[in-house]
Design a protein around this ligand. Structure first.
Ligand SMILES: *[C@@H]1O[C@H](CO)[C@@H](O)[C@H](O)[C@H]1NC(C)=O
Ligand SMILES: *[C@@H]1O[C@H](CO)[C@@H](O)[C@H](O)[C@H]1NC(C)=O
Length: 519
């Protein structure tokens, strides 16, 4: 199906609005000189320590001392990785383009054509030039997971003091090398000192994977036909939505550096900036091409893509994650039963640790209802559409750098608390009560689905957060149904909503009307 044509006047008008916003944007941050750090604005290419650095742990709520942690669920994204093969090729093409642009400039009519061109561009070669393999976990990524494990072991001491057994500490990863390597890096941190291997007294531990094709717990996005179909259909729309911003940034850079960049060049240069800043800690080359306001807008385009294709933009994005949510709840139920039956240590699972992808962690966060604005939780429950993340300089909850940086994770901590019988007298003989706490990137988050509580009673967690999702079923949701033909003007009407949204400062509506048609 051909994409509906966008009426030109709309795009032009939109461009003008974006231009005005970009021109106005720097004012807000100019107040704090030196505080801008591009490394915080790389969306899902942001390094874990940078993302975690913005967590304030000072106001962390704490549980009564009488309570103890009895089980931990972890769902983590793999750590920092090398660019994928496809992206390596894109950078190789960029090198060719930059050479051509410089030659073009030399032939131009300028007196001193090289004056405005940053020196690094001359003769630039990609750091990953003609590499044929990519996407692997790099050493920085290993450290992210290793250090995370050390902190987890420290934080939940009572949980990890037992001897290692694969049924007590269950480690699962997807059948993708960067995810299983992440699991290994984490395990090395968690279990060092527990075994007999080498001076670090390492212990061998197992990492289990389902086959790629049938891993509906951690790679549901790969087995859900409805989602794959949605994504393919939606990608061109997302590109269109990014276009006005890319075009504006492109013309700004053409003027600034007197090089005839195309939007594709700018898109590749932004990608290069993200790789340089996160993998190489270089911020004074590709990143320096963009001013602060331009970085905020480019970051927004990445976050928009994540929202529409992986997040709240469409219910299928997270509904397909149901098998994972069920697996998490089931592991907690089993831990509770073990406690209620007073089973001895060493006979039941204490932690289930999973290592996967942004496409796993993001939907899982959505299922828990994290990062919603205001009354969004109620909207989701009523299956209504959500507003797109508002354009900068407005603040937004949905930031890729927070939602799913490298090694980004959610932990569900299960607490057992003694039930108070008469007044203050506590007794472990009585049936206990159980609470769930959610940590996102190790910081506690309150759950909008649980009355914004930090510690959600387990029964309430099941009833208010999990159950509403259970009326859907993975097989039913993911089975492909005949595609409903879109109304012919849906895209332009979306654009006009987008445009109106800019003025009302509320962002636009996502076309989640199809939430009802269930695709
Ligand atoms: C950019 O392209 C235009 C037309 O395609 C040309 O006239 C101009 O000289 C070029 N500018 C540079 C700096 O190469
Ligand atoms: C990255 O570079 C900055 C200076 O720009 C430096 O302060 C910082 O320590 C570097 N970080 C790493 C991990 O090398």
């Amino acid at each position: 199906m051909a994409a509906p044509r966008t009426p030109l006047p709309f795009l032009v008008l939109l461009l003008l609005v974006v231009a005005a916003l970009i021109a106005a944007a720097p004012l807000s941050s100019a107040a704090e000189p030196g505080s801008f750090d591009v490394r915080r604005h790389l969306s899902t290419v942001t390094r874990y320590d940078v993302a975690r650095g913005s967590n304030s742990l000072a106001s962390a709520p704490s549980m009564s001392d009488e309570c103890r942690v009895i089980h931990l669920n972890l769902v983590a994204r793999h750590g920092t990785r090398a660019p994928t093969k496809k992206r390596i090729k894109e950078l190789d093409r960029l090198a060719v383009r930059l050479k051509a642009l410089i030659n073009e400039a030399k032939q131009g009519h300028e007196n001193d054509p090289m004056k405005k061109i940053p020196s690094w561009i001359k003769g630039w070669e990609s750091r990953w030039k003609s590499r044929t393999k990519g996407g692997e976990l790099v050493s920085e990524g290993e450290e992210e997971l290793y250090n995370l494990a050390i902190r987890v072991k420290d934080r939940f001491q009572g949980l990890f003091d037992e001897e290692y057994h694969p049924d007590i500490y269950s480690i699962r990863a997807t059948q993708v090398p960067r995810a299983s390597a992440s699991a290994v890096a984490f395990g090395l941190g968690l279990f060092s000192g527990k075994g007999k291997l080498g001076p670090a007294k390492n212990c061998a531990f197992s990492v289990l994977s389902e086959s790629r094709a049938s891993d509906i717990c951690l790679r549901f996005f790969d087995s859900c036909e409805t989602y794959k179909n949605y994504r393919k259909r939606k990608e061109p729309d997302v590109e269109k939505q990014k276009e006005p911003i890319l075009e504006h940034v492109t013309s700004a850079l053409v003027n600034r550096y007197h090089l005839n960049f195309t939007t594709q060049d700018i898109s590749s240069l932004w990608f290069l900036c993200k790789q340089e800043a996160s993998l190489l800690n270089i911020t004074n080359q590709a990143c320096q091409l963009f001013n602060e306001a331009e970085v905020y807008f480019l970051e927004w385009t990445d976050d928009l893509e994540g929202f529409v294709l992986k997040g709240y933009g469409e219910s299928i994005n997270y509904r397909m994650g149901l098998p994972l949510l069920k697996d998490v709840v089931q592991s907690m139920e089993e831990a509770i039963i073990a406690k209620e039956e007073n089973r001895p240590d060493g006979t039941y699972e204490k932690a289930r640790l999973r290592f996967a992808h942004a496409e796993t962690v993001v939907p899982f966060s959505c299922l828990l209802g994290l990062f919603l604005e205001g009354s969004d939780f109620e909207k989701i429950q009523r299956e209504e559409s959500l507003d797109l993340p508002p354009l900068p300089p407005q603040r937004r909850n949905w930031m890729g750098s927070v939602v799913a940086p490298f090694a980004g994770n959610n932990m569900l901590v299960l607490y057992q608390c003694p039930r108070k019988t008469d007044g203050s007298k506590i007794s472990w003989d009585q049936k206990s009560s159980y609470f769930v706490q959610v940590l996102h990137n190790e910081a506690p988050v309150s759950m909008p689905g649980c009355g914004n509580k930090d510690f959600c009673p387990f029964e309430e967690f099941k009833e208010k957060i999990v159950e509403p999702h259970l009326k859907h079923d993975f097989d039913a949701v993911c089975r492909l149904k005949p595609v409903v033909t879109e109304e012919p003007f849906s895209f332009s009407s979306k654009l006009s909503n987008f445009f109106l949204g800019l003025f009302s400062q509320k962002g636009s509506r996502v076309s989640a009307q199809n939430a009802k048609t269930e695709l």
